[in-house]
Design a protein around this ligand. Sequence first.
Ligand SMILES: [Zn+2]
Ligand SMILES: [Zn+2]
Length: 218
Amino acid sequence: MRNINGKVFIFRHRLSSSANTYMIPCQESVIIIDPGLPDLVDFYIEHLSIFEYIHIIHTHMHYDHIATTPLLKKIFEDKAKVYHHENEAKFLEEGDSISTLATYFNEYLPPIKVDKELKEGYLIIDGTPLAILHTPGHTIGSICILYKNIIFTGDLLFSDGNVGRLDLPTGNRVDLFRSLSKLERVNAEVIAPGHGSVTKRPLKGLIEEVRLRLGPYI
Ligand SMILES: [Zn+2]
Ligand SMILES: [Zn+2]
């Protein structure tokens, strides 16, 4: 676990295919962004048990980001609350292993109850204000989360100027370009992506690189 900025931490997963997991401790609860693959369950039990609630926010529905969530729900029961964008809630609640890519990892996804469906807008969790941006493209319900000067970009944008795959279920190139334009207007100093390293590179320059690499809009 390493501090990335202010009171935001990143967990180091042993499995390199896992998404990055971020933690924001609040007053009596904790926010976990993308719990990732289940290689850190023991660590989670040790560090999260002290909190009254565990608020789990997914940047999108892919298995490498959400695989630990059913385990956390089982262990922490009603203390664990799941937040997911409304466009993808049904894939989780139906345990759709194809759309969530669980089958790609030779696993299956048990149905996950979504406690709060997210929309674009502001969200306050235990006194911690977050802005949710709906940024489809990689998947139909992908979100970015802005907390203070940190933007959590999921698989929309990585620190090396790459973007998440567009050829997976519900991926859409036009949506991706629109989402990048939306992200470009965000005032953030730290980019905390779903994979790879955290960076302080300016969003605008990084997105310009993506546009050059991806070519024309359509
Ligand atoms: Zn991912
Ligand atoms: Zn993904």
